[in-house]
Design a protein around this ligand. Sequence first.
Ligand SMILES: *Cc1c(COP(=O)(O)O)cnc(C)c1O
Length: 418
Amino acid sequence: MSTAVDTSAIESTDSKVWDILQAEQTRQHQTIELIASENHVSQAVMEATGSVFTNKYAEGYPGRRYYGGCVNMDAAEDLARDRAKELFKCEHVNVQPHSGSQANAAVYFAALKPGDTILSLDLAHGGHLSHGLKVNMSGMLYNIVSYGVDRKTEQVDFAEIRRLAQENKPKLIISGASAYPRTIDFDTFSEIADEVGAAHMADIAHIAGLVAAGLHPSPVPTAAFVTTTTHKTLRGPRGGMIMCKEDWKTKIDSRIFPGSQGGPLMHAILGKAVAFGEALKPEFKTYQQQILDNAKALADELTTCGNRIVSGGTDNHLMLVDLRPQYPDVTGKDAEAWLEQAGIITNKNMIPFDERKPTLTSGLRIGTPALTTRGMKQDDMKTIARWIDRVLQSQGKGDAIFAVRSEVIALCDQHPMP
Ligand SMILES: *Cc1c(COP(=O)(O)O)cnc(C)c1O
């Protein structure tokens, strides 16, 4: 099988690593990737991240480095920053965060003192661990107050957020989520933050591609900080990024380096430049629209099969399936394992007000960015929804799962990875 970049040196020198790499290449090719936070990057992004840029130390920022020989590093980082600014229309951007969590941590260091209050979405309702999980640094260093979704609509309730903001006077209000299928009204978050003298940080890790394409409202005009990953819908290398207003520029940069990181991952930054270049092309908007069309088709067909989708549907790239009404005895953990045997990769996920433990859950999170990259369309979504339903109905019995497995491989063979 072809690999996306030349791996012949590994093949000839290290058979153990080669076997693992080949196995993963095959696994990705032969499975339908429905994990909402994953994607398949382009050959060009792979080449950048696998390039000589991995050899270079470049602590500091363009024009102000602590190492010699940084001329090409400066060019790459400037290009990544310029393209990010064009893409998101932001005043300032830092492309050095190693990950989304690092980006968030740097904002906290810039805007807060330990013990200050953060108002963020409850993890059990779709929030991210870096927004205040007890055993994450965010939860250890700051006082976390959570807002949830409304029991009936399963959507965020601004009356509740406003009440919590007025009662708790947070220094930072975080919008954005890891498992929230609806459009986020960032402007209202900014309004509430203004009312109580808080800063608003919008974390668009999941929806950055949709925002870049103009298919989801952007928080950039009103939020003080916008953080993101670059590897989810944005389809770049693994990494993070912070956008902010001009007046926060110096502080944000210093909280990334030297505040919380050493040398930037320059191969990843080169990859970010490539990915942002791709995202500026008209085809990227077509791709993002297809992600949305596919998510809607998948949610509709799952509903037709009798499944309950949390909040009744999706406005973005992902949905949450509530397994309880249709399959009361099936946990998210079972469902994830059975689907994986069939070659359909998902993740178990808490649904709002879930009564099962996070290690079991009553839900599945499903997203369409990766299979859309492989060129799958609405008709394929209908097929996949029916496969999911067949596997769930099988109660884990081998025959049905094996039957679906071979159909999955046949579909994958028609849709090569980039
Ligand atoms: C994925 C995600 C992150 C960060 O992810 P890393 O794994 O640290 O790169 C941050 N915030 C949200 C909302 C996310 O979904």
